[in-house]
Write a protein that binds this ligand. Structure first.
Ligand code: CO
Length: 161
């Protein structure tokens, strides 16, 4: 296993739209393991492949320490098919060191994705899990929490270089 270097701040790969994963092979499972390692090493609860310099639609999430109902999760080509409600919550991002912001997210979402074996998965999530999923899926479209600041928080952008 390996720990990757995190891409941070203005790294252009964070702004690219990641491509769909088509090959469900050994390299995908080893990439996924390395993403978990990298995320745990940085004490994160979610990580998207572009954050380690790989512009593919793959995310890993582990919120088990906060909510034991959820085992670690790796999702390939995830999309949000339904969303409802709105809530504000504080978020950080491994690609934006020392930056935190209040972000508005849907309260409940439905997800279509594949697992790393290529099988289709569908599920709904709410609360923290829904928030982390929305954050990580944003990464696959080149969107960062700095793009989702409330108008009154725009001055926080000065902290990002
Ligand atoms: Co992030």
């Amino acid at each position: 296993m390996a720990i990757f270097e995190l891409r941070i701040n203005k790294d252009p790969i964070l702004r690219r739209k990641a491509v769909e994963v088509r090959n469900f092979d050994f390299s995908l499972s080893s990439l996924t393991e390395n993403m978990f390692e990298t995320m745990y090493d940085s004490k994160g609860i979610g990580l998207a492949a572009p954050q380690i310099g790989i512009s593919q639609r793959l995310i890993v999430i582990d919120i088990e320490e906060i909510d034991a109902d959820f085992p670690p999760l790796a999702l390939v080509n995830p999309t949000i098919t339904e969303s409802s409600g709105e809530e504000l919550g504080e978020e950080g991002c491994l690609s934006l060191p020392d930056f935190r912001a209040i972000v508005r997210r849907s309260t409940e979402i439905s997800i279509n994705a594949q697992n790393i074996d290529g099988q289709a998965v569908h599920f709904s999530a709410q609360g923290l899990m829904a928030r982390v999923l929305q954050h990580e899926i944003d990464h696959l479209d080149g969107i960062l929490i700095t793009d989702r600041l409330r108008p009154e928080d725009q001055e926080l952008l000065e902290k990002v270089d």
